[in-house]
Design a protein around this ligand. Structure first.
Ligand code: HGY
Ligand code: MN
Ligand code: MN
Length: 418
């Protein structure tokens, strides 16, 4: 049943690439990939995934948060969940998230087609909101599956003022059904996700696959800086309360501080809005986000404290008002050592050397870890590029990843998670 022949691996890779291309065409915009949670594009992608699940011989359902589920029945061992997300960032690559869903469908379909009854059932999960690209909250669908959905998420609004609650209703869902999306802890053994690495390590070591040791912790903040609008031509420099100049100074110290740290620590200001955003008006307000990530939870917390102090001092010196709001805080999530070893065995089974590495990117596994042990399999991506249309994983590497997932399932010791 294992898939090890090169021709089989390449055939799997070709099918995976065709599925990725098909999903990659489902976008809100003609010239870049944008597929946001609970939009018509999400609906089309979910329907496409459901059709593939049916074709693979899986039973298909969809929960109150829009997660599409493909079910392969098995013995009475606890269910093995395999999933990832089908939403994207703005101007996205085609592989982030989607390949994990495609790999799950192809691997589960391999067993369905063989008519082999495994000692445990498998659910393939296509989550609709990992990125948080539409609402200022991430992992909305996987937290529901994990049984930790917070109702406070429902009031988050998108750029058009539409709340998550109203978007779910418009998508045809009923809020009263949200609790039913959760698995009972006693019915699930483990969750495994296949994902492109989104970094340069596997390529640097010339390895198609790697085992993830853990998902780095993340702290997100919304920052508002308020000054006074003024005439760009008449207000002397020393009398200005320029919100954008203040924001620029803050962004600069954040970058310098993060770059000077020895730990794996990264800080990003990826989103900044200027008001009134006119070339001859001194900016009166700037809204921006801060994304802090560090493997060590204390280092990340210390940096957050440092930031509040330093940004506050800059605002005070510039006579600006500042408001810093923590919007998300996720501790570093370890991958289960037993699953790491099982995935390492699956990688060596297809000829890899089972490199182990951490994930700087966030994943649905951060939510699923609240339900059950998690494991992740990384796939090499060209140049480590991601969140960028140049994102690319080769059909060969995708074929090897599916083959390794099949090998993992074959040797998965459900009893270890009984
Ligand atoms: O931001 C992340 O790390 C993930 O891609 N949502
Ligand atoms: Mn992403
Ligand atoms: Mn992702």
């Amino acid at each position: 049943m294992a898939v090890t022949s090169l021709s089989d691996i390449n055939a799997l890779g070709k099918v995976a690439e065709a599925m990725i291309e098909q999903l990659g065409k489902i976008s809100a915009e003609p010239n870049r990939l944008v597929r946001l949670y609970l939009t018509p594009e999400h609906r089309r992608a979910a329907d496409q995934v459901a059709a593939w699940m049916r074709d693979a011989g899986l039973g298909v359902s969809e929960d109150a948060l829009g997660t599409v589920r493909g079910r392969l029945d098995g013995g009475n061992g606890k269910r093995l969940l395999i999933g990832s997300h089908i939403d994207t960032v703005i101007n996205a690559g085609k592989y982030d998230g989607t390949f994990g869903v495609v790999a799950g469908i192809l691997a589960a379909g391999h067993f369905a087609r063989a008519g082999k009854k495994l000692p445990f059932g498998i659910d393939v999960l296509a989550f609709g909101d990992e990125e948080g690209s539409r609402f200022a909250t991430t992992l909305s669908s996987s937290v529901a599956v994990a049984g930790i959905f917070e109702d406070s998420r429902l009031t988050k609004v998108d750029r058009n003022g539409v709340s998550l609650a109203n978007a779910l209703i418009a998508y045809g869902k009923q809020l009263k059904d949200i609790p039913a999306a959760a698995y009972r802890r006693d019915e699930v053994g483990a969750y495994v996700e296949v994902h492109i690495e989104q970094g340069p390590v596997l390529e640097a070591y010339d390895q198609p696959l790697g085992v993830v040791t853990g998902i780095i912790g993340q702290a997100y903040f919304d920052i508002v800086l308020r000054g006074v609008a003024g005439h760009a031509g008449t207000v002397p420099m020393d009398l200005r309360r320029d919100a954008l100049a203040g924001a620029a100074e803050i962004v600069g110290i954040v970058e310098r501080f993060a770059a000077a740290q020895k730990d794996m620590l990264v800080a990003t200001v990826g989103n900044l809005a200027v008001q009134p955003n006119a070339s001859n008006v001194i900016p009166s307000q700037v809204l921006f986000t801060l994304d802090l990530r560090a493997a060590d939870n204390d280092v990340r917390n210390d940096l957050a404290d440092w930031f509040e102090t330093e940004a506050g001092a800059i605002a005070a010196r510039r006579n600006l008002e500042i408001a810093i709001t923590s919007t998300r805080d996720t501790a570093t999530t370890p991958c289960d050592p037993r699953l790491q070893d099982m995935l390492a065995g699956a990688i060596t089974g297809v000829g890899g050397n089972a490199l182990r590495l951490g994930s700087g990117a966030g994943h649905d596994g951060q939510a699923m870890a609240k339900l059950c042990p998690i494991g992740m399999l990384f796939v090499r991506c060209k140049g480590g590029i991601s969140h960028n249309p140049a994102e690319y994983a080769s059909p060969h590497d995708m074929g090897i990843a599916v083959a390794a997932l099949i090998g993992f399932i074959e040797n998965y010791d459900a009893q270890a998670f009984g």
